[in-house]
Ligand binder design. Sequence first.
Ligand SMILES: [Zn+2]
Length: 453
Amino acid sequence: MYDRALQALVKLALEPEWEARFEPNSYGFRPGRSCHDAVEAIFKAIRQKPKYVLDADIAKCFDRINHEALLGKLNTFPTMRRQIRAWLKAGVMDSDKLFPTSEGTPQGGVCSPLLANIALHGLENHLRQAFLSSNAPILIRYADDFVLLHTNLAVVHRCQLLIADWLHGIGLELNSSKTRLAHTLIRHETEEPGFNFLGFNVRQYRVGKYQSGKTSHGKLLGFKTRITPSKKNVLLHTEKLRQIIAAHISATQESLIDHLNPVISGWANYYSTVVSSETYSEVDNNLYHQLRAWANRRHPNEDLHSVTRNYWLVNHSGWVFASRKEGSLSTLRLRKHSETQITRHLKVQSTRSPYDGDLIYWSTRMGKHPQLAKRVASLLKAQKGKCNYCGLFFRDGDKIETDHIVPKSLGGKNNYDNFQLLHRHCHDVKTADDLSAVGIQELDVDYLNKNPF
Ligand SMILES: [Zn+2]
């Protein structure tokens, strides 16, 4: 616990300095940036021109980073350097055995992702400087996962050598069996067009003039860029839904819906910024058949019509898997993937960081995060990005919770007008005040918001 707290302090001390230096196309484990920004950066890089892509994998990145190279790059004051070196060399406990760590960053350490980003910092600029600015390749990196894009195959080949050489300097190498060279539009040697990145499939297609994208001057491009959920992730998600249904063979319908809904909305929201409608329908359709089997199995002697009537309702969007028990329909209804609204994600501005002090830019941006629950997003907007208790702007990384303005214990309702967003610590204080006002001792904090900040 002591070490974790200390690592969090070290991260707080180092991060602002490095955030000011980090490269524009590094998106992983950085405040205010997400996978969606990385994917949007790829879209921008190829939408006007198809490109070759080097889809690279660094072999065991986190385990192999050279300690001396990392400490040299950190170039920090002696006390800090000694502490970080001690963590790097501390070793790993596996059951009762201690394994030495002569390379790599501490596994699961609070500041490890930052240390890895520091180790990999400079690669993007290194490549850019090796070429004329008009011919520079684009490197888009998410932690240790990156893609390199360029129209010219020879440039990509040369970059591969430059990358391998640069990585060697910090003790790393490309995993040649997992590194793939392809093209976004055409077949390259034996490789199909397109590539996968962060669970997304990026690919371009030749199309006729009616579907073709246009250049900024209105000229037809003759191709179209499509970013969709990757096949592998669709299969993983379908399998997860299947397992939840299998684990609820004899549970109530309400319990099954309660377990499926967060998985469905989490997955659907992740893909809500790209071309996902077709995939959503396929997954919904597949889920429908699994739920049919689940329901039929529970009532082997009933005819299909009465089983359907027991578990499905009809509303404006067609058939809905919903419980007929008394209570609020919205909580007892299965969410459909296809209800998810598709909204293009606005990429973070190139070298921006939440440490730049532009609190309005960052709090507005937070409300538009694709993985943020709708209610939280609209409250954030209504509150102009500020906590109603302390009046400070919410910042990326803050724990935010939904509070009942009039507590439920005092008859407060579960509706929009009675909700507000507070910092978790402000919420705790407010709830304690609410309760002591009515003489209740026990805290009843509802963690309504399970969003990751
Ligand atoms: Zn607050």
